[in-house]
Design a protein around this ligand. Sequence first.
Ligand code: 99T
Length: 206
Amino acid sequence: MKLYHSTASPFVRKVMVLAHETGLVSRLDLVSAVVSPVARDAGVVAHNPTGHIPTLLLDDGTALYDSAVICQYLDTLHDGPPMLPAEPLARARALCLQALGDGIMNAGVLIRFENALRPPDLRWPAWLDGQTSKIQSSLDALERDWLAYLEQQIDIGTISVACALGYIDFRELRPGWRTAVPALADWHARFAQRGSMQQTQLRAIA
Ligand code: 99T
């Protein structure tokens, strides 16, 4: 299987962490992609019309996207503990937590593109503030509502949140975020020590 990949993408990292945790990483053939809404990667677009990474290309030519779909598929390929629980409510909770992590990543990528790509005279501070506010309210919800869950298990939800928090640091989206959510910060520091997280650290594209 080919995974269109970037070391700067938290969505790709989510897939890679799951692949490490489930022993599937050696089955992924990584294909580097440099993507942006203003310089689309033709190699990715050929398989995924959104141009987003991660995109997974199966050996028979079937393309799978987005990260949640890829993670769900990969989770069917191993015999270890599932990253998506089978029981309906447990599964919905894990997917909901994934949505919260992905929501942080989506807001973060929009901030990143605004700061790195948009011409300075076209920037819109209120819109940037709105994305930052989404990140903060999501951090607050994690600290308030999800700590017991985060502490108890590893699944697609906890992986997504860990990758989202790593992306906040990587792109310096919310400096000092740990102050308001100390228990979440403590959980993240411990989760970040896992081999799967250490081996997938976000890096600027060379
Ligand atoms: O927007 C584009 O054209 C290209 N952007 C992407 O491919 C980003 C890369 S993170 N990926 C997504 O937005 C994937 C979202 C999708 N819902 C999923 O797979 O879950 C780049 C981050 C950075 O460079 O800082």
